[in-house]
Design a protein around this ligand. Structure first.
Ligand SMILES: CC(C)(COP(=O)(O)OP(=O)(O)OC[C@H]1O[C@@H](n2cnc3c(N)ncnc32)[C@H](O)[C@@H]1OP(=O)(O)O)[C@@H](O)C(=O)NCCC(=O)NCCS
Length: 162
């Protein structure tokens, strides 16, 4: 595989990212609870990362400001990697870059709704998210938190608002 370059999402990347997400998730797939947190919200471009094979966008992860019971945290998602390039740790690297940038910017924790077996590999866990209430129906086992510093996810509970 050729080298992959990682960089924060640029102002002109959105159309390529939207197309990648459509390809990765298929048309008409909507995670309603997560969508609600992204509607009328503003992406954090410095914390959202893109992966490039030359000039070709091959991966994206996006980060959004939300709050859990009023406490600010970052919401991660969606994440997608081009199908032909999966299993080369591009997804893992995107999550790591996004979390490192969020930690450096002073955020205390990252929230997401996703598959625990995948995200546990990069430090997320359902246990600290037991009291987190998403704004719509979700399988609570898919609500995952990662602390960005010691104790960063302690005591987070209540409704998630965008
Ligand atoms: C999920 C996704 C971003 C992973 O990207 P990637 O670059 O292949 O990820 P990595 O290379 O870091 O990790 C790959 C490993 O995770 C595993 N994996 C991928 N998706 C998984 C999932 N949903 N649950 C459990 N394990 C998963 C792969 O089987 C692989 O395992 P291996 O290392 O034992 O071979 C990519 O598969 C994708 O775009 N999927 C479609 C969109 C999607 O479902 N996104 C949200 C996931 S909740």
């Amino acid at each position: 595989m050729t080298d992959i370059a990682y960089r924060p999402e640029g102002p002109h990347d959105a159309p390529l990212i939207d197309a990648l997400i459509d390809r990765a998730f298929g048309p008409g797939r909507h995670a309603k609870a997560a969508d609600r947190l992204r509607e009328n919200n503003s992406l954090l471009p410095d914390l959202s990362f893109t992966a490039w094979e030359g000039e070709r966008l091959v991966g994206s992860v996006r980060m959004w400001p939300v709050a859990i019971g009023g406490a600010p945290v970052v919401f991660l998602g969606p994440i997608a990697v081009e199908a032909q390039l999966r299993k080369h740790r591009i997804g893992q690297t995107l999550v790591e870059r996004a979390c490192e940038a969020a930690a450096a910017a002073g955020w205390s924790a990252v929230l997401l709704v996703g598959d625990a077996p995948y995200f546990e590999r990069v430090g997320f866990s359902a246990a600290p998210a037991k009291g987190v209430v998403m704004p719509g129906p979700v399988d609570q086992r898919r609500v995952l938190l990662k602390a960005l510093r010691d104790g960063g996810a302690d005591g987070l509970a209540g409704m998630v608002t965008g």
